[in-house]
Write a protein that binds this ligand. Structure first.
Ligand code: CAA
Ligand code: NAD
Length: 297
């Protein structure tokens, strides 16, 4: 099965990037949101990102200015927006990228199961929840996969393709091919908590916050240490701001509840406090650092 028409539910930090790379890969894409203002803001981010990528392509002489302009118009023409889930009825693939809240995701997949044509493949971009559980809610476990993209979607080259015991070979192959069409390198993962990347990355981010709580080092020094000592592009505390403190907390809280005996899953108190204060990181202009747009200040 070749994926030509894609629905992306949620046009936030991750969703807008998935809409964009799918359109860049030649798919026709519908972005679905709950309110017009969220849809507008997601589509505006896509415009900004496309303009930046076009500028870079011209700078690197991969395209002439005219070709870049035509490329942006072509990609843009493949994207539409909607607030009505029924618009996704005849999509070949629907990718969910809404808030990291399992009951909300389960309710969504249940509804999608009754809206979409029977061939539609469902995917979740969840950071931490079980794809199998969502598959149960969708009523079509053979056609459910995880498609876990990385932030910022436009620049990160990986997609984790997650299969459950019920995912059919055909659905898995179609999802993998879609990831490649989006310009990503797919890796196959089992349906385990955090798949490959987050199972390693999120406990590391949490440990860096506990280090900060203990006063072992300043946030700047922790970040500099991991950037300069390990060659990471961002330190773990900047990365937590980048991912979103609410999303990071939701991931660890879900794991702590479900796997209380796993010592690697522990919630740093400072993370709870910041989220309570509404300091969610880059997206609200402040987390552990202050941000102006995409830049740390
Ligand atoms: N679209 C287009 N262009 C973009 C962009 C976007 N979305 N985001 C950034 N850029 C551009 C910038 O404008 C910049 O352009 P200029 O050079 O012209 O200024 C260029 O890309 C480089 O960006 P930065 O200046 O910000 O510098 P950078 O070299 O640090 O690159 C980065 C940014 C690629 C994000 C890099 O810092 C990085 O790889 N960081 C680590 C990110 C990471 O670990 N992501 C995974 C998070 S975990 C996750 O996603 C899973 C989960 O479930 C939580
Ligand atoms: P976000 O808060 O930036 O965006 C979520 C969007 O979904 C919002 O715009 C919201 O209006 C919309 N939404 C919520 N409920 C909806 C519904 N029922 N129908 C349609 N739209 C709805 O969150 P995000 O950071 O983009 O995370 C989205 C998903 O991607 C989560 O599952 C998260 O764990 C996962 N993820 C996040 C990152 C990251 O770095 N932030 C990386 C990989 C995966």
């Amino acid at each position: 099965m070749v994926i030509k028409k894609v629905g992306v539910i949620g046009c936030g930090l991750m969703g807008h990037g998935i809409v964009q790379v799918a359109a860049q890969g030649g798919c026709s894409v519908i972005a679905l949101e709950t309110e017009q203002r969220f849809l507008d803001s997601g589509l505006a981010r896509i415009e900004k990102s496309l303009a930046k990528l076009a500028e870079k392509n011209v700078e690197k002489q991969k395209m002439t200015a005219e070709q870049a302009k035509a490329w942006v118009s072509e990609v843009r023409a493949r994207i539409s927006g909607s607030l009505d889930r029924r618009a996704l009825a005849d999509c070949d693939l629907v990718v969910e990228a809404i808030v990291e809240d399992l009951p909300v995701k389960l309710a969504l997949f249940k509804e999608l199961g009754s809206i979409c044509k029977k061939e539609t493949i469902f995917a979740s971009n969840t950071s931490s929840f079980s794809i199998g559980e969502m598959a149960g809610a969708s009523g079509r476990p053979d056609r459910m996969v995880g498609l876990h993209f990385f932030n910022p979607v436009q620049l990160m080259k990986l997609v984790e393709v997650v299969r459950t015991k019920d995912t059919s070979d055909e659905s898995f192959a179609a999802a993998r091919a879609f990831g490649e069409a989006c310009g990503k390198t797919p890796v196959a993962c089992k349906d385990t908590p955090g798949f490959v990347v987050n199972r390693l990355l999120v406990p590391y981010m949490a440990q860096s916050l506990m280090m900060l709580e203990r006063g072992d080092a300043t946030k700047e020094d922790i970040d500099a240490a991991m950037q300069l000592g390990c060659g990471y592009p961002m330190g773990p505390i900047t990365l937590t701001d980048y991912v979103g403190l609410d999303t990071t907390l939701a991931i660890i809280e879900g794991w702590v509840k479900r796997y209380p005996k796993e010592p690697a899953f522990a919630i740093p108190e400072v993370l709870r406090t910041k989220v309570k204060e509404g300091k969610l990181g880059r997206k609200t202009g402040e987390g552990f650092y202050k941000w102006e747009g995409d830049k740390k200040v």
